[in-house]
Design a protein around this ligand. Structure first.
Ligand SMILES: [Zn+2]
Length: 319
């Protein structure tokens, strides 16, 4: 099959010694990785997130960078950081982070000053998209749309291997769009913490799946338990999974009509179930405004490591 060249790979030569550090700043742990120019792991480590402690979070990241540089035998490596939320383009402060002690803080400037170098900070879903675009399930594709289906729901976009941030730094914030083509019994939809009703996240997150199953069957199961039961043929769980896939397909089709990505990459717990991923294209197709729909839908290649890997690749091969 013809694969397009990667235009972002031909701009400037790599320096052999370049080490890229990626940090994934999560709510419970901060993970770090040092990648060689070929994408191999030179060092990796993680520490618990100092929850609620802004200065402690800066300390922890600085400590991780020092550890990774020592292990990788380098100094002055590039540093990229992925986190939930974004740096506001309006005032440079963090917004929308569920690690709420970062919100309203000039985190990007503070960590750059602390590390004595420029630091790129991106939304974690964008990091997934970048990771998969550079050397994952979207490698060689120009426009990669990556969807995270986990405790929360979000997505990110990479164009030519680079994160598409957007004017308001919200490109890809799909989880708080409403479920498209809603049926009567799906309106107005569950209440979302963001203040709206019927957000995709309330349907497509693990807790959303569990809530739908509870509402329809009276049975209290986790998202993983529901999928496991469905795959074993339990009728109630199978019906819940079918509703879930139909809603996910509608949500995806809505974006396909807008963005028409070259590949759709799924991350998060549900993406690890092959039959779930395989079931999607035929459910997406009827909602797409096109005579044909042949966009590949793939599970992420790097899985949970895509957060750190994508953060490292924020300093792409061209930079
Ligand atoms: Zn919402």
């Amino acid at each position: 099959m013809h694969r397009p060249r990667r235009p972002w790979r031909r701009s400037k030569g790599l320096r052999a010694q370049d080490i890229r550090i990626g940090i994934d700043l999560g709510g419970t742990k901060i993970a770090g990785i040092a990648l060689g120019p070929d994408g191999t792991t030179r060092a990796e480590t993680r520490v618990p997130t100092p929850r609620g402690d802004y200065a402690g979070t800066l300390d922890a990241i600085a400590g991780l960078v020092a550890t990774l540089e020592a292990e990788a035998g380098t100094e002055g490596a590039s540093v990229g950081i992925g986190m939930p939320g974004a740096v506001s383009r309006h005032n440079g402060l963090i917004k929308n982070a569920n690690s709420v002690w970062l919100n309203g803080r000039p985190f990007a400037q503070d960590i750059a000053a602390r590390l004595g170098r420029p630091v790129r900070v991106e939304n974690d879903a964008n990091c997934l998209a970048v990771s998969e675009a550079v050397d994952g399930a979207g490698a060689g594709e120009r426009l990669v749309w990556a969807v995270i289906l986990g405790t929360g729901v979000g997505s990110g976009v990479a164009v030519d291997g680079q994160a598409l941030t957007g004017r308001n730094a919200i490109a890809g914030e799909w989880g708080h769009n409403p479920l498209p083509w809603p049926r009567d019994d799906e309106r107005p939809g569950p209440a979302c913490y963001c203040g709206r009703r019927g957000c995709l996240e309330t349907w497509l997150s693990g807790p959303g799946l569990a809530a739908d199953h509870l509402a329809c069957t009276g049975e209290r199961l986790s998202g993983e338990q529901i999928v496991a039961a469905a795959l074993q043929g339990e009728p109630g769980a199978a019906a819940t999974l079918a509703r879930y896939l139909d809603r996910l397909a509608r949500g995806i089709a809505h974006v396909v009509n807008l963005l028409d990505p070259d590949v759709i990459v799924l991350g998060g717990g549900l993406s690890r179930i092959e039959s779930v991923v395989a079931a999607l294209p035929e459910r997406i197709a009827p909602h797409v405004f096109s005579d044909a729909f042949d966009t590949p839908v793939r599970a992420s290649r790097h899985g949970d490591a895509s957060g750190v890997r994508g953060a490292a690749w924020l300093w792409g091969p061209e930079s």
